[in-house]
Design a protein around this ligand. Sequence first.
Ligand code: FES
Length: 169
Amino acid sequence: MNESDKTKGNEEPSGTQQGSEVTRRDFFNEITLAALGIAGVGAAVVTYRYLSPNVLFEPPTSFRVGSPDDYPVNSITFIQNQQVYIVRVPEGFYAVSAVCTHLGCITQWKPDDNLIECPCHGSKFKRDGIKVAGPAPRPLPHFAISLTPDGALLVDTLEILKPNQVLKV
Ligand code: FES
């Protein structure tokens, strides 16, 4: 079969060029498929984000801080990742928040001054959280502290205690 035979079988109107028309059709088909694909991916992303739970992950409110033997008597230890001080006195333990009650800065234990001090606006607290200077409106709160069955100290920041409560060990 020669080239003229192929042309005879062509039923396209005269004056059109079959090769370029097919290419144009293919081009528009591909553009359409690409647009549908992009729209589909966009819809899938939006749907996934809509269906995903919008959860805020916060640190646990109850956490272990080690063994009582880890804390010498008359010591104050800053637990950085929980922003709490573990204070051991001769009578036992208590846990004091390290978050300043003024505007929420993290306080620092200053052993030379025997005070917990806030670097932001100068509030100062005794080791039991009582405010002695600065704009903080309240003392540092005491968190519940207890012993687990296996003998570890457990702090619960959801339970606020009176400052005079001490865990006797
Ligand atoms: S945040 Fe501590 S004194 Fe202002």
